[in-house]
Design a protein around this ligand. Sequence first.
Ligand code: ZN
Length: 242
Amino acid sequence: MKYAIIADIHANLEAWLAVKAELTKENPDKIICLGDIIGYGANPKECLDEAKVSCDYIIAGNHDWAVCGLFDVNSFNLYAREAVEWTDGVIDEKHKDYLKRLPVTLDIDNFTCVHGSLYHPDEFNYILNLDAAAMTFANLKKDICFIGHSHSPAIIVYDENGDINYIDSEVIEIIEGKKYIINAGSVGQPRDGNPAACYCIYNTDEKIIEIKRVPYEVHLAQKKIIEAGLPHFLATRLAGGR
Ligand code: ZN
């Protein structure tokens, strides 16, 4: 089985369509979205409609829930809050009803999916270090946990001795007896210094997980953000992948 795992589209239609074009070539059996389809970018409706059609499974992100009142927007920074308010004025009630019903976790095959972390999934905690990773490994019943949320791709392994480490690679072979946290990066707002859209492929037959990048027309997404009246920083950050 070949899974494509995508996260944090963030209403960036140009990035999402570029990833979708790659997925047409990859031809995965299933596409899983780890949440935050909306927020920050200028095309929340279009991205939601596209994702609903393309993805086999979608779980909730903090932005998805913030816009329908299920997550406290006061925990957001100023740019994120402005984006939530703007998005709220653009999407329809039917979109909000859909977002409200999204689950926060998904168990499938030998892996679990969550937007932030398995430590209270509905709190959308970040895994930004190995201590936070340990709290998710402690709650992980499957072999692998796919996450998004930080917008930085990462691979973390928990080995047979209980040691937890980052693996500095875009591709890994899954080894029995070890557990993994895979951050699939962000489609629509990468923050690892690389502006190219990011996604992840998991081939369960080959036991290979690969983080992939695809360039997209950043300037078009930026233009739309500025024309929409969203904060300029949300446009400029896309060019630097930050
Ligand atoms: Zn996000």
